[in-house]
Design a protein around this ligand. Structure first.
Ligand code: SF4
Length: 429
C-alpha cells in the first residue's frame, strides 16, 4: 500500500497521542443501508436494489420516502423466510426481479445489489449473483454488490462499501496521462461545484469526483492520481484506490474554514500552487466563513458537547466546534478511529476530551448523564430518551443529509448544532 504523501508536518500536540477508550458492547446505530439515501440522489443513472427483509424496506422507505419525486432509484427485493432448500428459488427470483427492472428502466447503467442481515440473505451468495447478472446485462448495465448489513456496517460505512466495490470498475489512467486530482466521497452537487471552482482558480487542471454524478462518467485512476478524501469514513475505498496506484493527500477534512483551507492546501501543495495564489483564491471564502460563523459562535462558545459514536465524522466535527466555535469537548465517541486517516484531525483536537471508539451503550449513557453536557450528538434511538431526561440532543444523521462541507456551508454546519440550543431556550422562556 502506498503511504500518503506527507504534505505538511502534522501539528504537534492535540490528541494525536491521547489514549482512546475502546468499547465493544451493545451499540445503537443505523446500518449501512442508510447510505443509499444520499448515494441514489448523487448518482443519477445508478440503481440500488436492497436484497433484504420487510424491515430493510421500511427503513429505506421511511428514511427516503419524502425525497422521492420521480421514478425512485432504489427498491427492496424481499427475501422471506426460507430454508436452504429454497435458496435456488431465491436466485431465480432475484434474476427475475433484476430482469424485470432492467427491461423497464433501460437507463440504469450501474445496478448495486445491496446485501442486508437477515439470515436468508446471508446464505445467498450475492457476489456470485452479481457476477451472474453482470454477465447477462453487460455492457449496457454493470451489476455490482456490496453489503449494507447492520452486522457489518454502521450507517456511513454503506457508502464506503459501495465505493470500494466500485473502484475496480474505474478505468486505468494511462502511464503518460498528466497528474490528476480525485475528490473521494459523495458531495451534494452544489458543494461539488464550489470545490471545482476553487480547484480551477488554484490552477489544478484535472479534477474529478468519485462517486460521479453519472455512473458512465467513472473517473480513471492510476499512479498519477492524487486523491483527497472528502469524508473520513472511506477507509476501504482509500485502500482500494491505493492498490490501484493512487496516492492519498493527507489532510484534515473540509469542515469549517480551517478544515477547508487545510484540505485545499494539501492539494495546492501537491500540485505546486504558489502560496500567494493559494492565499488570494482562498481569502474570500475564509472571510465569508469568518463573518457567517459569528452568530452561531455567540450561541455555542463555552457550551459543553458530548458525541455518541455514529458517523465517524465525530473527531472532525469536534475539531471544528472546539477550534472555530469555542465549544468544550467532553467525550468524542466514534464507531471506528482510523488513526492514519484521522491523524491531522487528532493533532488539531484540543487536549482534554475523552476519545472513545466503539460503544457499550449503557456505560456511555452513564458517562453522558454524569457529565450533563449542554448538547449531545447521537442517533435517533437515543435522542428521545435523553431529551426526556432534560438533555438537549442533535441527530447525527443530519450531518450526512445536509450540505456541510466547504466555506459556504460552515455556518450551516454550525447552525445544526446551535438550533437545538435555541429551541431549548425558546421552550424554557
Ligand atoms: Fe435492519 Fe439489517 Fe435490514 Fe439494516 S440491513 S434494516 S439492520 S435487517
Amino acid at each position: 500500500m502506498n503511504a500518503p504523501i506527507p504534505i505538511r508536518p502534522l501539528p504537534s500536540g492535540g490528541c494525536a497521542d491521547a489514549p482512546v477508550l475502546r468499547e465493544r458492547g451493545q451499540h445503537e446505530v443505523f446500518c449501512g443501508l442508510t447510505g443509499i439515501i444520499w448515494l441514489h440522489r448523487k448518482v443519477q443513472d445508478a440503481f440500488f436494489l436492497v436484497v433484504g427483509s420487510r424491515t430493510c424496506a421500511h427503513l429505506i422507505q421511511s428514511a427516503a420516502g419524502v425525497m422521492i419525486f420521480a421514478e425512485p432509484r432504489f427498491a427492496t427485493a424481499i427475501i422471506d423466510e426460507r430454508d436452504l432448500a429454497g435458496l435456488a428459488d431465491c436466485h431465480d427470483e432475484l434474476d427475475r426481479v433484476v430482469n424485470r427492472l432492467l427491461e423497464r428502466r433501460p437507463e440504469i447503467r450501474t445496478l448495486f445489489l445491496v446485501g442486508s442481515c437477515p439470515s436468508e440473505v446471508i446464505k445467498l451468495d450475492l457476489h456470485r449473483a452479481a457476477e451472474r447478472l453482470d454477465a447477462i446485462h453487460r455492457p449496457t448495465t454493470r451489476v455490482l454488490n456490496y453489503s449494507g448489513s447492520g452486522i457489518e456496517t454502521t450507517f456511513t460505512q454503506g457508502e464506503d462499501a459501495c465505493l470500494a466495490a466500485w473502484v475496480p470498475e474505474m478505468p486505468e489512467a494511462g502511464a503518460n496521462d498528466p497528474e490528476s486530482l480525485l475528490v473521494v466521497g459523495s458531495l451534494p452537487d452544489v458543494v461539488e461545484d464550489q470545490f471545482a471552482r476553487l480547484f480551477r482558480d488554484l490552477g489544478i487542471a484535472r479534477v474529478q469526483f468519485f462517486p460521479p454524478r453519472r455512473a458512465i462518467q467513472l473517473p480513471a485512476v492510476g499512479p498519477g492520481t492524487r486523491f483527497l478524501l472528502a469524508q473520513p469514513f472511506l477507509a476501504d475505498t482509500a485502500r482500494r484506490l491505493e492498490a490501484r496506484g493512487a496516492q492519498r493527500l493527507a489532510a484534515p477534512f473540509p469542515f469549517g474554514a480551517e478544515g477547508t483551507t487545510e484540505w485545499l492546501r494539501a492539494a495546492a501543495d501537491a500540485f505546486g500552487v504558489a502560496p500567494e495564489r493559494f492565499e488570494s483564491v482562498t481569502a474570500p471564502g475564509r472571510e465569508r466563513a469568518r463573518v457567517a460563523l459569528q452568530r452561531p459562535r455567540a450561541l455555542l462558545a463555552g457550551k459543553r458537547i458530548f458525541f455518541f459514536p455514529d458517523s465517524q465524522l465525530e473527531p472532525a466535527m469536534a475539531r471544528f466546534l472546539a477550534r472555530e466555535l469555542g465549544m468544550q469537548l467532553t467525550e468524542v465517541g466514534t464507531p471506528y478511529l482510523h488513526r492514519s486517516l484521522m491523524a491531522h484531525e487528532l493533532a488539531l483536537l484540543p487536549e482534554g476530551a475523552t476519545l472513545s471508539e466503539g460503544q457499550d451503550v449503557e456505560r456511555q449513557l452513564d458517562r453522558c448523564r454524569a457529565l450533563r453536557p449542554d448538547l449531545v450528538v447521537c442517533g435517533l434511538g437515543l435522542a428521545n430518551p435523553l431529551e426526556a431526561e432534560g438533555l438537549t440532543t442533535k441527530w447525527a444523521i443530519e450531518l450526512v443529509f445536509t450540505p456541510v462541507h466547504g466555506y459556504d456551508q460552515a455556518a450551516d454546519l454550525a447552525e445544526l448544532f446551535a438550533r437545538p440550543l435555541v429551541r431549548k431556550t425558546k421552550l424554557a422562556a
